[in-house]
Design a binder for this molecule. Structure first.
Ligand code: PLP
Length: 346
């Protein structure tokens, strides 16, 4: 088996619970395009998990989930407020603008890559003339691209300003499970109870082969969403294989167990590196990532020792842990960082 890498949580494979559910779904024939028992069971599992009678759709990836969800909230002349670090702004190749027929993304800088009620209010009320794209939605990432969670109080405060200003609140939850695990709250508390209107719940980084769930807590926002998915090439004809992993992972709690494990591995690395000279941890470790600043020779040394990692996200070396991260491999990474620090200090 190949050594593990911690460049991204999507380097990992499929977790056993998701794979077993896909294998179980792979018997006999089933109706196509989501008209099958696995799809209704998966949607019901999510409704139970969220304790809410919501509308649920399954798509292939997060870019599609975010883009289509935002497009359903906006007319083409609207705008979507997000943080400058947001995946919808930096990593979706203009898909939100494309699928909304031109709704403009308004990216707002903020500490730790977060939006605040104040920053939302400032941009949403700064212009109200006909020349500016009318703000219609706010999107926050939970945990965000820097591995930082919004507290429930922060989400509530953001949703309050959204309601006051007539904005819908979307949550990019590519790592939503990691946020629930980190905050110690239920999916309901982390989403609709805090005022989120639409959630994109990531399955891929949680341990599935592929697949994200789009959850509309306000069912009226989901009108004709099935057509939107179909037109975008996101309606799987063998939908049962997108749906079954959700059943497998929700019904036995793997969604939370996986996230807790990934978060614990990030904490493990951070703890091993605490207090080392030359190494600065850049952001709080709230979820499953650790960002490090270090002199170039140390980072190059780590590359030479075979570690892959990115430095273009968040402006630092990012290490990210998945459901299957092996604590012994995490320790091996820590040992290598420590060895490089010692070599650099000589
Ligand atoms: C990974 C990720 C997504 C989804 O990306 P896809 O590659 O389109 O599946 C969305 N948002 C965030 C914050 C992510 O990290």
């Amino acid at each position: 088996m190949k050594k593990q890498q911690f460049a991204s949580d999507n380097y990992a494979g499929i977790c056993p619970e998701a794979l077993a559910a896909m294998a179980e779904a792979n018997s006999g024939h089933a109706r196509s395009y989501g008209d099958d028992e696995w799809t209704s069971r998966a949607a019901d599992s999510l409704r139970r998990l969220f304790d809410r009678d919501c509308e649920v759709f399954f798509v292939f990836n997060g870019t599609a989930a975010n883009s289509l969800a935002l497009a359903s909230l906006c007319y083409s002349y609207n705008s979507v407020i997000c943080a400058t670090a947001a995946h919808v702004e930096t990593d979706e190749c203009g898909a939100p603008e494309f699928f909304s027929n031109g709704s403009k993304i308004l990216a707002v800088p903020g500490e730790n890559g977060k939006l605040t009620p104040q920053s939302i209010r400032a941009i949403a009320t700064g212009r109200s003339d006909i020349h500016f794209p009318k703000p219609r939605a706010v999107t926050i990432t939970q945990p965000n691209e820097l591995g930082i969670t919004y507290s429930i109080e922060e989400v509530q405060a953001i949703s309050a300003v959204c309601r006051e200003l007539g904005l819908k609140l979307h949550m990019d939850g590519a790592r939503f499970a990691n946020a629930c695990a980190s905050l110690g709250v239920s999916p309901a508390e982390a989403s609709w109870k805090a005022g989120v209107d639409v959630l994109c719940f990531g399955g891929t980084k949680n341990g599935m082969a592929t697949g994200e769930a789009i959850i509309f807590f306000d069912r009226s926002l989901a009108t004709d969403f099935d057509y939107r998915c179909k037109q975008a090439g996101q309606l799987a004809s063998k939908m049962r294989f997108l749906a079954a992993p959700w059943v497998g992972m929700i019904e036995n709690g793997a969604w939370l167990k996986n996230a807790e494990h990934a978060n614990a591995c990030a904490k493990r690395l951070a703890a091993r590196l605490e207090g080392l000279p030359y190494i600065a941890r850049v952001y709080p470790v709230n979820a499953n990532s650790v960002f490090l600043n270090a002199p170039t020779p140390i980072l190059e040394g780590l590359h030479q020792r075979g570690w892959h990692f990115y430095t273009f996200i968040g402006g630092a070396a990012r290490f990210m842990f998945a459901w299957d991260a092996d604590p012994a491999e995490v320790d091996r990474l820590a040992d290598d960082v420590i060895a490089e620090v010692k070599a650099f200090g000589k």
